[in-house]
Design a protein around this ligand. Structure first.
Ligand SMILES: Cc1cc2nc3c(=O)[nH]c(=O)nc-3n(C[C@H](O)[C@H](O)[C@H](O)COP(=O)(O)OP(=O)(O)OC[C@H]3O[C@@H](n4cnc5c(N)ncnc54)[C@H](O)[C@@H]3O)c2cc1C
Length: 305
């Protein structure tokens, strides 16, 4: 979509990393050369900045097409700013689990950098070298070193996925389900294998594209010959993606965790709040066996009594 818009003389706005990868901001791009910067999800609140909002309004007023992508609340923010429904504006929201505190990301990155000899020159939250489902956090250092970590072992991702570092508003997000303010909603199609196995053959990822308006429908229709598409029933499609409908509850530990996160050194923090993976099947199996054994002992005791 972005390529189509730029080729037609339009502008595209989306989230990009700062040059030192310590934060995320929005950019308004007019050339195809800039588009790769928008790729990959950055799980940190992006700073849109008033110049982007004003730039978008100027471009729209001048009759250019603008494609805006961001979290649903950012699409709603843009609409509020514009105060008018421009036919040449196309909005695309990413499904949003919630967004992390930029301060915590900056602090985390700074703490990691202290322990390294060389600065980070490339950072990705969603590297698919080992597949879409087991994505990696990949960092390239100036000295050529490549650090790759399974997302479940990365401390920042752990705090994000355990909802410990989301913005306060994310726990009561207003832009869920039918309240999605965009023309198109893009999400990961979790569970696609059980609905359309032909879309889950290479573990490179499948997108769920939800067409919210006629404008969104037309935009996808225009590029349909460049996509592999299949129509799916909405309810089954979002079955494994609860954040499209609901906000996560605020964990009781959130305030304490973030307060400590800014005050303590990373190794101390990681010791106090260790990564606690969901118990493996094997561990859960032992738990179940123990339970069975206990109830069997209890039953045989009451029988003999
Ligand atoms: C904070 C966050 C939470 C998410 N939670 C979920 C979820 O719970 N379930 C789910 O299915 N999908 C979620 N996604 C969306 C998913 O990861 C993909 O971004 C989406 O499916 C689009 O995929 P893609 O390959 O087209 O784009 P990708 O290459 O993955 O992402 C690029 C697009 O995302 C936008 N983007 C990237 N980072 C940000 C950011 N920080 N703020 C605003 N916009 C950004 C860019 O502008 C660009 O349009 C989340 C994304 C983000 C940023």
């Amino acid at each position: 979509m972005a390529e189509q818009v730029v080729a037609g003389g339009g502008l595209v706005s989306g989230a990009i990393f700062n040059p030192d990868f310590t934060g995320v901001r929005h950019l308004l791009a007019s050339t195809a050369r800039e588009l790769p910067l928008f790729r990959t999800s950055k799980y940190v609140q992006s700073d849109i900045g008033t110049e982007t909002y004003h730039g978008i309004r100027q471009a729209l007023d001048a009759g250019h097409t603008v494609l805006f992508s961001g979290c649903p609340c950012q699409v709603a923010g843009l609409r509020l700013f514009l105060q008018s429904d421009y036919p040449n504006l196309l909005t695309c929201a990413v499904a949003c689990h919630g967004i992390s505190s930029p301060g915590w990301f900056q602090h985390y990155r700074a703490q990691c950098d202290i322990a390294r000899e060389s600065p980070v020159v490339d950072f990705s939250f969603r590297n698919k070298a080992k597949g879409w489902k087991k994505f990696q956090i990949r960092q390239v250092l100036r000295n050529g070193q490549v650090l790759q970590e399974y997302f479940g072992h990365n401390y920042f991702m752990w705090s994000f996925l355990r909802n410990l570092c989301l913005r306060y508003t994310c726990y009561e997000c207003r832009y869920k389900g039918d309240n999605m303010p965009a023309d198109i909603l893009l999400a990961d199609f979790w569970g696609v294998g059980s609905l359309h196995s032909e879309f889950d053959t290479d573990d490179r990822g499948t997108s769920l594209v939800v067409l919210m308006t006629n404008k969104g429908f037309k935009a996808i229709e225009d590029i349909a010959d460049r996509l592999f598409l299949a129509e799916v029933d909405f309810e089954s499609a979002i079955g494994k993606n609860p954040p499209i409908r609901f906000s996560f509850a605020r964990p009781p530990l959130r305030r304490k965790f973030l307060r400590d996160a800014f005050r303590r050194k990373l190794p101390v923090l990681m010791k106090k709040y260790p990564i606690s993976p969901a118990p493996s099947l094997w561990v859960r199996g032992i738990g179940k066996a123990r339970k069975l054994l206990r109830s069997w002992i209890k039953a045989s005791r009451s029988e003999s009594a």
